[in-house]
Design a protein around this ligand. Structure first.
Ligand code: 0X9
Ligand code: ZN
Length: 410
């Protein structure tokens, strides 16, 4: 989604290689090339209900239904469109990604490796009844609620498999480094309470890889009242819900749901966060575009509280030194309401970031969401230092400013 210059038409046509139908059998989705050059125009486009997938200097690429395509056409901004029809398959090299069962096994093995410092948990069940599993890592589990806490989540969006894998592998790295006696990691783990929930949307993840074929699925697997499937979990959180950049249409990829926190997955996150008042920093992993985003996302206005704004800015800037991503306010991308971090900051004043991980752009055939297993190691490595940095400052994120501020846990 980054501004990367103009692609040639030949390259563009490759980006529209046919991909399997993203919705139910009777609902065609369309790739659309749309004229939109700044955040204001992108927000108007996002408001139609399409999901914006790629940004270029003078156009964007979005995915949406027939009705949404009509709306874009009415704006006079539709350059071209292609139906999303056939199947998209990827080579067996992607077997390195962990599916639901493999993830459960890996988490169990981490717990076995470090039984005194790790605990497995579930925050609740998904629409289809899968456990939304996590791992808690702390040198003092018995009194972890008294320690400063960091929450890392991945997999709100089904097709963003790399966000799940990165969260999982960061947990693995922490456990391995602790077990190997790494001094910095031991000291951080001993004095912190780390919560990692790799896959918030396990149904979507499993659906997207069913039969060994990627389906470009984004939402959860809620059976909507009109026969379509899915609510966009990153539009379903309850802070300024439904105030822009999300859709009321159940067929839309950015469907906000019938009410805030209508979904078991988002309510589970809400309950978990509210049960752990020591969480001072939250990191929500998504893909792709190489961005570090911070609130607000529902408005172009910056955070009013100056020290909160500065903490987000300074931390984002610092983390960018390691992962090379671009730090910016969420709405600089486009306005979207009901996302995780607007809620966690807006409702709970938790310092909150969304990372849009690799790759930088889509490449060919929708590869942005499916970059292959070859990128996993590099992406985990470049994001490990940012995570250690967040852990370091989770006792009092305001320490990154000169003046200090409130300390955690509150
Ligand atoms: O649209 C989203 O939910 C996120 N991008 S993604 O490609 N992973 O779907 C970005 C959310 C950033 N928040 C706002 N712009 N409000
Ligand atoms: Zn996402």
């Amino acid at each position: 989604m980054k501004l990367r210059g103009i692609l040639s038409l030949a390259v563009l046509s490759l980006m529209f290689l046919p991909i399997r139908h993203a919705q139910t059998a009777d609902t065609t989705q369309y790739w659309m090339k749309i004229e939109a050059t700044d955040k204001f125009q992108r927000s108007v486009v996002a408001d139609t209900g399409v999901s914006i997938e790629i940004l270029r200097d003078d156009f964007i690429i979005a995915l949406g239904s027939q009705a949404e395509k009509n709306r874009i056409e009415k704006l006079g901004w539709l350059i071209s469109s292609y139906p999303l029809t056939a199947e998209m398959d990827f080579p067996a090299k992607d077997a390195e990604y962990h599916n639901f069962v493999e993830r459960e096994a890996l988490l169990k093995s981490l717990n076995k490796k470090l039984p005194q410092q790790t605990q497995l948990f579930s925050i609740g069940k998904s629409v289809e009844g899968r456990e939304i599993q996590g791992i808690r890592i702390s040198g003092n589990l018995a009194q972890a609620d008294q320690l400063p806490a960091l929450l890392i989540m991945g997999g709100h969006h089904a097709r963003e498999h790399l966000s799940i894998e990165t969260a999982l592998r960061i947990a693995q790295q922490l456990v391995d480094d602790y077990a190997a006696g790494d001094a910095r990691v031991m000291s951080l783990v001993d004095h912190r309470d780390i919560h990692i929930i790799p896959a918030i949307n396990p149904d979507g993840q499993e659906w997207d890889i069913k039969d060994g074929r990627y389906k470009m699925w984004r939402k959860n697997r809620r059976a909507n009242s009109n026969g379509t499937y899915g609510v966009d979990l990153n539009r379903n959180y309850g802070y300024q819900w439904g105030t822009g950049g999300s859709s009321k249409d159940p067929n839309s990829d950015t469907y906000m749901g019938p009410r805030p926190f209508s979904e078991p997955e988002t309510i589970a996150v809400k309950n978990y966060v509210e049960a752990h008042q020591n969480i001072s920093i939250l990191l929500s992993l998504h893909t792709f575009s190489q961005l570090i985003l911070y609130p607000w996302g529902h408005t172009y206005d910056p955070i009013t509280q100056q020290n909160d704004l500065r903490v987000h800015e300074v931390m984002a800037q610092k983390m960018a030194e390691w992962n090379g991503y671009k730090p910016q306010q969420s709405s600089d991308l486009y306005i979207a309401s009901g996302d995780t971090t607007d809620w966690s900051y807006g409702e709970h004043k938790i310092i909150s970031f969304t990372f849009e991980l690799d790759p930088a752009n889509n490449g060919f055939g929708g590869g942005g969401f499916y970059p292959g297993a070859g990128v996993i190691r590099e992406v985990v490595d470049k994001n490990y230092q940012p995570v250690l940095y967040l852990l370091e400052y989770s006792d009092n994120p305001y320490r990154v400013l000169d003046g200090g501020g409130i300390s955690f846990p509150r």
